[in-house]
Write a protein of this length. Structure first.
Length: 258
């Protein structure tokens, strides 16, 4: 078979833009391709929800691939071990209730399972604004990450969805946008982003599911964005809470949307 460079180029362009056009309207947009966002995308897509995941970076996985201080291992506790099993991630028990897994394999398996479940994943795309109609969040305003990095004045385009999930981690990027743009209060005790506290793994892991919820109309938070929005500690390289948070936010939206 003789290969033609133009056919290769056409194939990439045609199929990419077919997927992008089809993703302009969806049930759920997940912003952030870290462990919580990927887990949420998997369970949403598995339930038949049209799911789009947007990641601003080149790589998928957020902070997971780096493990702890660049040691590519992560810790997962007993309560979330079943998710490792569901994603076919290998692990070993270090001490009772502490399970060690490869951060590289974990990232790869979360990504592959989410994609195979039907979630459309786009990397190198940033969300610079949200769509608001009345008091409802109705979508995301997107641009190429390279445009933001180069500080170019290039207008964005929009994606419409029923629900938006902020899975952007510590920075709570989407909630920050919404906080600036709305006249109402967020659904936090203060009405504002409360900010993450210093590292306390036990506290953070035990409370993250409680904070995984709707933070404004049709806008949900999961992962570290949930703890940061509601004023809880960070937890470091233990990822069980991230996985459980991603699963819970998917369940909340599935229940709401059915």
């Amino acid at each position: 078979m003789k290969l033609d460079e133009i056919t290769i180029s056409k194939g990439i362009i045609d199929i990419y833009f077919r997927d992008l056009k089809d993703s302009l309207e969806s049930d759920v947009i997940v912003v952030g391709g870290g462990p919580a966002g990927l887990t949420a995308a998997y369970y949403l897509a598995k339930a038949g929800k049209k799911t789009v995941l947007l990641e601003r970076a080149l790589k998928i996985g957020g902070g997971m691939p780096g493990g702890g201080i660049m040691f590519n291992k992560i810790v997962v506790q007993e309560s979330s071990r079943f998710i490792l099993d569901e994603f076919d991630i290998n692990y070993e028990e270090y001490e009772k209730g502490y399970y060690i897994a490869s951060s590289i394999e974990s990232t790869a398996q979360l990504t592959a399972k989410a994609a195979k479940a039907g979630a459309k994943i786009f990397n190198l795309i940033s969300v610079e604004d949200v769509m608001i109609r009345g008091d409802q969040i109705t979508g995301a305003v997107i641009n190429w990450t390279a445009v933001q990095m180069a500080n170019l004045h290039i207008d964005p385009i929009t994606m419409r969805s029923k629900y938006l999930i902020d899975a952007t981690g510590h920075d709570t990027e989407i909630v920050k946008i919404v906080e600036r743009k709305i006249e109402d209060r967020l659904f936090t005790p203060t009405g504002k982003i409360m900010g993450e506290k210093s590292m306390w793994a036990d506290n953070a892991e035990n409370i993250i599911e409680e904070h995984t919820k709707e933070v404004y109309n049709n806008l949900f938070v999961c992962g570290m964005a949930a703890n940061a929005a509601f004023g809880a500690p960070r937890m470091g390289p233990i990822f069980g809470g991230m996985l459980l948070s991603g699963k819970k936010v998917a369940e909340l939206i599935i229940e709401r949307d059915n």
